[in-house]
Design a protein around this ligand. Structure first.
Ligand code: B12
Ligand code: SF4
Length: 379
């Protein structure tokens, strides 16, 4: 059987972990199959080749590209088309409208083995394997261009919080699957031997469990080779002890989803933290010598000129090293999506691009508020 994995983006600066995991899991636990990989750039050269299964990873950002993919790549519908990933999981019917034959919701490893073995249920609910049984992701097949980091690593899946704009809890069900430190270090040791010097922990919340972070940091120090890395972290977990551990093991920057400097907005978006806690976290990161990267969203439900002014003053007080300012996206499965639906949002908007949450304020108002904040505007 011939299977083609499709990353619906150009070769990015990082490999796609989801496909890396599906690939290595299928190799380890599936029947003998021939695996190929394509991205938006390389897929053209594979046109006309006979694939039994085309497996496409679909997040919301990819939808405008994916919508015409089957028609252009496989106009006669010779292959069996399977979609997975966050968008496909939230809106399987939209995938069927695009011509997909089957959709996997949630984690795809076991489900894909079932599909290769003949399961043809229209919607397959993926179930989570014990995380340390899943082999390390295999990235060798993926075309990537070197960017800020040599690679990324996922030391966990999921997040216990339920921020209204984020699809993590919808996808992982607020459960968190933490890999053991030994497994994480094993993957990193291999990567470092392969020449990786820089990497990022792309977990939703790398700093969630201090004892595990400590084990990982101690292990990394033992590699005796110069490498630097970055990670995500929720600000309230970033006390001096945590920051010292991270910094002494080579961490140079912590990425934090701060979103707002207003407690009113933080409460409404269910961030589960306060502006004061986030302020303390940023100061702790900076005290340890690491850099603080902060994400801000302007225009979450309840936003006003006053709350944006609070965010501005928060940024002036904390002076993060990097600030990325975004407008809120409507991602399916989220509470913000349900709010948008109740205000008339139509799913066909996803076919044109990731829609903004502009149901309480005009986009021009959000842009003018966002322009008052320091930082890179990512919209
Ligand atoms: C690493 C990461 C990235 C990386 C790599 C992207 C990638 N395609 O993997 C980079 C930095 C490039 C990135 C960029 C962006 N990202 Co991003 N990213 C993540 C992050 C933190 C981890 C993804 C991951 O590897 N998870 C672990 C693996 C194991 O899970 P997975 O990818 O979901 O894959 C599993 C299943 O989905 C399923 N599956 C996936 N594909 C397929 C295909 C088939 C056929 C099958 C059967 C199953 C299947 O099986 C996999 C194994 O279990 C997630 C957050 C999260 N918690 O998942 C956000 C996330 C995926 N990103 C998101 C977004 C919005 C973006 C950006 C658009 C942000 C931006 N403003 O630029 C960009 C552009 C997208 C892109 N692909 O380039 C959103 C997507 C939401 C949505 N509804 O689509 C997420 C969910 C964050 C969030 N909580 O909102 N991102
Ligand atoms: S935004 Fe971050 S903290 Fe909130 S649910 Fe998503 S991953 Fe968790």
């Amino acid at each position: 059987m011939k299977i083609l994995f499709v990353n619906p983006y150009p070769p990015s600066t990082l490999p796609v972990p989801g496909i890396g995991y599906l690939w290595s899991y299928l190799k380890a636990y599936g029947p003998e199959v021939e695996l190929s990989f394509a991205d938006r750039q390389s897929i053209g050269s594979l046109k006309g080749k006979p694939f039994d299964v085309v497996a496409v990873s679909v997040d919301t950002y990819a939808v405008p590209y994916v919508v015409g993919l089957k028609k252009s790549f496989d106009p006669e519908g010779k292959s069996h088309w399977v979609a997975g990933g966050h968008h496909a999981s939230a809106l399987p019917d939209q995938m069927f409208e695009m011509g997909f034959d089957q959709v996997v919701r949630g984690p795809g490893e076991k489900a894909l083995v079932g599909i290769v073995n003949g399961c043809r249920d229209k919607v397959v609910q993926g179930t989570m394997e014990r995380i340390d049984w899943i082999p390390f992701p295999d990235y060798r097949s993926q075309t990537v261009t070197k960017g800020r980091w040599d690679t990324m690593i996922l030391s966990s899946r999921g997040c216990p919080h339920q921020c209204t704009y984020c699809s993590s809890s919808a996808f992982w069900g607020r459960k968190v699957y933490l890999r053991q430190a030994t497994s994480v270090l094993g993957e990193l040791e291999m990567a470092i031997k392969d020449g990786v010097n820089t990497f990022i922990f792309e977990d939703d919340n790398f700093t969630m469990k201090k004892s595990r972070v400590k084990e990982i940091c101690e292990g990394l120090k033992g590699y005796g080779r110069k490498h630097w890395w970055e990670c995500s972290g929720r600000a309230e977990a970033l006390d001096d002890e945590m920051c010292e551990m991270l910094a002494s093991a080579g961490c140079t920057m912590v990425w934090m989803g701060v979103e707002s400097g207003s407690d009113k907005i933080l409460q409404r978006c269910k961030k589960g933290t306060t502006a004061e806690q986030q302020e303390k976290g940023i100061h702790a990161v900076k005290r340890s010598g690491m850099k603080a990267h902060v994400h801000i969203i302007v225009g979450l439900s309840g936003e006003s000129a006053e709350t944006v002014a609070e965010t501005k003053s928060f940024l002036q007080r904390t002076k993060p090293d990097e600030v990325a300012v975004k407008l809120p996206w409507v991602l399916p499965g989220t509470e913000l999506y349900r709010t948008a639906k109740s205000l008339g949002f139509d799913d066909s908007a996803f076919l044109k691009g990731v829609p903004l949450f502009v149901f309480e304020q005009e986009e021009s108002t959000l842009r003018s508020w966002a322009s008052t904040l320091p930082g890179i505007k990512c919209y």
